[in-house]
Design a protein around this ligand. Structure first.
Ligand code: PAF
Length: 326
């Protein structure tokens, strides 16, 4: 009887020790993004966490760092390259500085609607661009989504480029966007997103441009009166990882990361679609004047030179492929 007790005790002790060991062995994956924990990026981060932890049976533990806690998007991408950040959900805003091939996606009025954009990103062009990230010390896991960008400002209703002329508008740190805004007669002020709310509050800039998703998540109605549904550019997001993490994984582990990123992108897109349906009403309820009657023709005309500037610098191959694949 004593030996039975001893045997049971040692089996229990061993099981506990193994449990403790496996709990200890969970590898932390630090995932950063710049938006609040109620945003579409956070929905994507939750799906990433749920999927990776389930598939790996707890081998990985994902810790989400929202609201720019790990820095703005450019700083986080640099963090991926040196391995201080593991996974980032980011717009393509600063990405072209690292992977110039992605600039094509930032051209204004490139995609007519969500279906067209998603179809291109889910096809060969999207996959080639993800693969290209490997040449720049980044791992592109999946195309996610930010949404079609619209202009907000605190000065006046904007329905044409003439109304926007002279406004000081914060843009992303993206030269294709900046060139396009210059063509519109707007004065573009590039800035990392974590600084934007204060800049709007203090009047350093008059306005900014972002999708409904971001305007809702950041409560921009507190510092901006007018929203113009310009839809001037589709803003993709991407789930990126650090090669320093990914290169150390087995094939099976890598496939868990791919699946987690796919689940993240799907959940984010669903939330973007929901906010496209419900978000504008919420912004009106919170006091924003929404200008829906935008004649896009003059905006499209105004930004045309941005295409020439882009093709002069990067050629037309990628642009032709994007246009041919929708
Ligand atoms: O405006 C930006 O910088 C981006 O759209 C944001 C809000 C960081 C989301 O990727």
């Amino acid at each position: 009887r004593r030996s039975l007790v001893t045997a049971i005790t040692s089996v229990t002790t061993a099981a506990l020790a193994m449990g403790a060991l496996s709990a200890q062995a969970a590898q932390t994956v630090n995932l950063g993004h710049t938006l609040s924990d109620s945003s579409h990026y956070s929905v994507g981060a939750d799906a990433f966490k749920e999927t990776l932890e389930r598939l790996s049976d707890g081998e990985f533990e994902v810790v989400e760092h929202p609201s720019g806690a790990l820095g703005g998007e450019r700083a986080m991408i640099e963090g991926l390259q040196i391995g201080t950040v593991d996974v980032v959900i980011t717009s393509t805003g600063p990405l072209g500085n690292f992977v110039p091939g992605t600039y094509v996606l930032d051209l204004p009025f490139l995609f007519a609607d969500y279906d067209e954009a998603r179809c291109v990103l889910d096809g060969e062009v999207g996959q080639d661009l993800l693969d290209k990230m490997g040449e720049h010390n980044l791992v592109g896991l999946a195309w996610s989504e930010n949404g079609f960008r619209h202009m907000t400002n605190s000065r006046r209703p904007v329905t044409s480029p003439a109304d926007a002329e002279g406004l000081k508008i914060r843009t992303m740190e993206n030269k294709v966007h900046m060139e396009a805004f210059e063509q519109m007669g707007v004065s573009p002020t590039p800035m990392a997103f974590p600084e934007v709310f204060t800049a709007l509050q203090q009047g350093t800039v008059d306005g900014q441009e972002n999708p409904i998703t971001v305007i809702v998540a950041t409560k921009f109605w507190e510092v901006q009166d007018h929203l113009s549904l310009t839809g001037h550019v589709y803003s993709p997001a991407v789930v990126l990882s650090s090669p320093i993490l990914i290169d150390g994984l087995s094939e099976e582990e890598r496939s868990w990361f791919d699946q987690a990123a796919q689940a993240s992108a799907a959940a984010t897109r669903e939330e973007v679609s929901r906010l496209e349906r419900d978000g504008v009403a919420l912004l009106r309820e919170n006091g924003m004047t929404v200008n829906t009657e935008i004649d896009k023709g003059p905006f499209q005309e105004a930004v045309k030179p941005a295409y020439q500037i882009y093709t002069d610098q990067y050629g037309s191959e990628m642009l032709d492929r994007v246009r041919g694949s929708d």
